[in-house]
Design a protein around this ligand. Structure first.
Ligand SMILES: NC(=O)c1ccc[n+]([C@@H]2O[C@H](COP(=O)([O-])OP(=O)(O)OC[C@H]3O[C@@H](n4cnc5c(N)ncnc54)[C@H](OP(=O)(O)O)[C@@H]3O)[C@@H](O)[C@H]2O)c1
Length: 302
């Protein structure tokens, strides 16, 4: 298949491109960069275009077999009003322009839109178990996710739409672990606040595996929790990471400090959701890394 990925140059996109091309698919990575360098492998190409704006890239998108939508401004920074607008626009406008492209497609293609969302959709849920039927939360990220998903759902008239609600993606070269490992290596690791908040996560290889699996399971559509069946509390994450790195993990970062330094994002880091991937499990998806200690062992071994 010929698949266009927005945000394909990022942390998740790099692993996904490698898995898709490894299975013989052709990947077009849409990037805002005018000089992205050589493509990561022979079955991948870069296409320069800004998904925040309509443009020639939409023509290419409309001629692909499917689109995977990963684009979005990084949320891990202090949220000023301007940053919040950027976080919102980079997801909602991008998705709107993809749907516009799909509406122009000639008969038969594209056949799918796999669009990103996040477990932040559910807001802070304390100890409650959450699945795809749980209603959305009310905080900023929950609103972003709802609007992001609603934009993607506009493509249902033209294509199959899956709303992939990512947990925190754990992988080798970036994401949350990219931020945490240096702290632990400098003996500064530990739980955030009380450490009781739930942390719903997924290994990057399993996340890429879900997209591959979706290609073979055309009956799956709508919201899909992309998380391991074994979420952990934040203190368990700190303990497991400390163990895997052979470093102590007892230095808690006090909640008030996190809120002071990170502002509104701090409140998000101190809250969480215990998310279960009900649809994936019921449909028989097999996780390669369902447990945190094995996942961390694999990630840190290389
Ligand atoms: N990583 C996680 O743990 C996690 C968890 C939940 C949800 N997600 C979501 O999954 C998606 C992929 O995550 P990731 O970790 O791979 O992110 P990433 O490494 O930050 O990559 C995102 C890509 O989006 C593009 N992008 C960045 N800012 C943009 C902007 N202002 N407007 C348009 N495009 C922009 C960039 O591509 P170019 O610069 O090449 O254009 C970038 O490579 C994101 O939407 C993220 O919110 C990630």
């Amino acid at each position: 298949m010929r698949i266009l990925i927005t945000g394909g140059s990022g942390f998740v996109g790099r692993t996904l491109t490698s898995q898709l091309t490894g299975r013989g698919h052709q990947v077009i990575i849409l990037t805002r960069s005018s000089s992205p360098g050589p493509p990561p492998n022979p079955n991948a190409t870069y296409l320069t275009g800004n998904p925040l704006k309509p443009g020639d890239w939409q023509q290419t998108a409309s001629q692909c077999d499917g689109v995977i939508n990963l684009a979005g401004q990084n949320i891990f920074t202090r949220w000023t009003d301007e940053v919040k607008q950027g976080i919102y626009d980079s997801r909602i406008l991008t998705t709107r322009h993809i749907v516009e492209a799909l509406s122009r497609a000639t008969k038969g293609s594209p056949r799918f839109l796999f669009s990103t969302s996040a477990v932040g959709y559910y807001g802070d849920r304390e100890n409650m178990e959450v699945d795809e039927d749980t209603p959305p939360g009310t905080d900023f990220l929950a609103h972003v996710c709802q609007d992001w998903e609603n934009e993607a759902l506009q493509a249902e008239r033209y294509a199959r739409v899956v709303l992939c609600r990512f947990g925190i993606v754990l992988g080798r070269n970036g994401g949350a672990l990219g931020q945490m490992i240096p702290l632990f290596n400098h003996f500064l690791g530990g739980p955030l606040g009380s450490g009781k908040q739930w942390f719903s996560w997924i290994h990057e290889q399993d996340l890429a595996g879900i997209f591959i699996w979706l290609l073979d399971h055309p009956n799956i559509s709508g919201p899909l929790n992309c998380t391991t069946p074994n979420p952990v509390q934040n203190r368990e994450l700190a303990r497991s990471l400390g163990q895997a790195l052979h470093r102590p993990a007892f230095l808690p970062a006090p909640g008030f400090m996190i809120r002071l330094v990170m502002g509104e994002l701090g409140s998000v880091l101190l809250s969480g959701q215990k998310v279960l991937p009900r649809k994936l499990v019921n449909a028989g998806f097999e996780f390669s890394f369902p447990d945190l200690s094995r996942a961390l062992g694999n990630i840190l071994a290389s």
